[in-house]
Write a protein that binds this ligand. Sequence first.
Ligand code: CAA
Length: 379
Amino acid sequence: MDFQLTDAQKAVQKLVANFAAQELAPGVMERDEHKIFDRKLWDRICEIGICGLPFAEQYGGSAAGYVSYVLACEEICKVDDAIGAGIAVSIGLFGGALNAFGTEEQKQKWLVPVITDKKIGAFALTEPSAGSDAALQQTVAKLDGSHYVMNGAKIFITNGGEADFYVIFAMTDKSKGIKGISAFLLEDGTPGFSYGKLEHKLGLHASATRELVFQDVRIPKENLLGAEGQGFKIAMQLLDGGRITVATQALGLSEAALAHAIKYTKERVQFGKPIAANQALQFMMADMATAIEASRALIYRAAWLKENNLPFAQEAAMAKLFSTDMAMNITTDAVQLFGGYGYTCEYPVERLMRNAKITQIYEGTNQIQRMVIAGNILK
Ligand code: CAA
């Protein structure tokens, strides 16, 4: 057993940490306050090679592996998890979909530009009546000659309206239930494809969350991803990976919350001494640090399993469940350690607490993660 990162993994970690400190940290509070999705930062993320980390060199990637990609996400999320969330969707869900299920032509057309040409991807599964019950898709795609005709709507789509490319799930044969769901590739600007409501959210303000609307959208047959009827399995398989990076988002913002809490409690003087001298507060931070180590171990192991093509769905669900509940606790405690100041927008911990909440919800609520884990252990 080896708990060391390789030199190559450490190099990725260092590169991304430096980038995040120099280029993401200065504007993070402003992007949150004014709800800014900053495309120029995305361009930089692509330029320094983050988008290509898990992909083969033949598609412009660096074949650095899934663990390196997770390390990069962690460093980004320590500084700006709203950007980290968008990266995870674009690279992990959209890029991952092409990588695992795309034909060679589809990879050249849709994956290569995400890796090398600063294009952004998104993943559209959720609908008003298909949230946890993802199989209840109402969006339909009917075959009409050489095209499918899509009608319906998706909600809560991360990168919605900002992305260039989308994976959309739709019913191609309602009579087949789950086995009637298919996945399609769709480009921004396709006639009949428009954007609906932009969500105003509790947190993750620098990440765009929009409704997508399809009105008689004609999608060429060659944009079918995988086989007709394979859509539900494609979605589930991708979400297994996505759950590792949601856990990583939670880990990153927990690490940030602890770092802020340590600094603040050493500086803040009450009753004639830094408040960090109080054992009650020390114990809070000791618990935070212990949980963070446990979360990191769960995440890295799930990522290692995925990188090595071993089953990882249960481990991903466990990492997501543990890390995101932890993030909610740690960020809430960090606000407590800051006292009244923590509740103001002058300090970063209130943003971390707001952002932590979504990690318990998206890419499968933590109740769904428990269903996945229970389903596996009781098999
Ligand atoms: N990998 C591959 N196949 C899988 C799978 C997986 N992880 N999980 C299930 N399947 C397959 C099963 O094998 C089964 O296939 P067969 O019939 O051939 O055996 C089929 O799918 C149906 O399985 P279930 O009966 O277990 O499916 P279910 O309807 O009971 O649902 C669920 C299972 C785990 C609850 C699933 O619906 C689920 O994960 N729900 C949560 C959805 C979710 O995470 N939504 C978030 C959307 S994205 C988002 O958050 C926002 C964003 O911007 C990214």
